[in-house]
Design a protein around this ligand. Structure first.
Ligand code: HEC
Length: 202
C-alpha cells in the first residue's frame, strides 16, 4: 500500500471511531449521567414478587408489541384526554428494569390501566377472549393462560365469568398462575400519584 493510501485508511478509521464515540456519548453516557440519580416519586410503590412474575409474563407474551406505557404531553398528543393519565416523567420508571415504554399503539397505553379498569375478573375474561368484551377487538386471545375444567368446582378455585354469549355450558375456565400473576401486574399499573414540579422537570 502506498503511503498516501495508508493515510486515507487511517483517516477513515479515525473518522468512524469518532462518530461511534460521539453517538455513544450523546445516546448512552449523557442520558445516563442526567437520569441516574432521579429519586422515585413518594407515591410510587415497589412491585411485589407476584407483580414481578406477571411482568415477565407480559414481556414473554409480547404485550409490548401493541401497548405502550408512556402517556405523552398534551402538546404532543391528546393522551390525557384519552383517559391514559398525566404525562409520564423519568422518575416514574426508576423501578422498571427493563422499562416497557413500547413504541407501538395498536392497543391503548397501559401505564395507568389499573385506574380505568381495576377489576381482576374483567382482566382475566378479557385476556381469555378480548372479543367477549369488545366486539371486533383485534387483540389476540390468550387461552393458553387458562385451563378448561369440568366436574365439581374445587375449593379456592378462581373461575372466569365470561359474558353469557361466550360461556361454555358445563365448562369452567380457570386461570393458570401465570394469568393470575399477569393480572396482578396489570393491577399495579397505577401512576395516578402526583409528581412534584421538580420531578417533572427532570
Ligand atoms: C396485536 C396487538 C395486541 C397485543 C399483542 C396485545 N394487545 Fe391488548 N389490546 C389490543 C387492542 C387493539 C386493544 C383494544 C381493544 C380491546 O380492548 O380488546 C387492547 C386492549 C387491551 C386492554 C384494555 C385496555 C383499555 O384501555 O381498556 C388491556 C388491559 C390489554 N389489552 C392487555 C394486554 C396484555 C396484558 C397483552 C399481552 C398478554 C396484550 N394486551 C397484547 C391489542 C393488543
Amino acid at each position: 500500500m502506498s503511503g498516501a493510501r495508508q493515510v486515507d485508511v487511517l483517516r477513515l478509521g479515525l473518522g468512524a471511531l469518532f462518530i461511534i464515540a460521539f453517538a455513544i456519548t450523546a445516546l448512552v453516557v449523557m442520558p445516563y449521567a442526567t437520569l441516574k440519580d432521579v429519586p422515585p416519586p413518594s407515591g410510587l410503590k415497589a412491585y411485589t414478587e407476584q407483580q414481578l412474575r406477571g411482568r415477565q409474563i407480559y414481556i414473554a407474551n409480547g404485550c409490548i408489541y401493541c401497548h405502550s406505557q408512556q402517556p405523552r404531553d398534551p402538546s404532543i398528543a391528546p393522551d390525557q384526554a384519552r383517559g391514559w393519565g398525566r404525562p409520564s416523567v423519568p422518575a416514574d420508571y426508576v423501578i422498571d428494569k427493563p422499562h416497557l415504554l413500547g413504541t407501538m399503539r395498536t392497543g391503548p397505553d397501559l401505564f395507568n390501566i389499573a385506574v380505568r379498569q381495576p377489576s381482576e375478573a374483567w382482566h382475566l375474561g378479557h385476556l381469555y377472549q378480548p372479543r367477549a368484551y369488545l366486539e371486533g377487538s383485534i387483540m389476540p386471545a390468550y387461552p393458553f393462560l387458562f385451563e378448561e375444567r369440568t366436574g365439581p368446582a374445587q375449593p379456592g378455585e378462581t373461575v372466569v365469568s365470561l359474558p353469557p354469549a361466550y360461556a361454555k355450558p358445563g365448562v369452567r375456565i380457570v386461570p393458570t398462575p401465570e394469568a393470575i400473576d399477569l393480572v396482578a401486574y396489570l393491577l399495579a399499573l397505577d401512576r395516578s400519584y402526583p409528581v412534584l414540579p421538580a420531578e417533572a422537570r427532570r
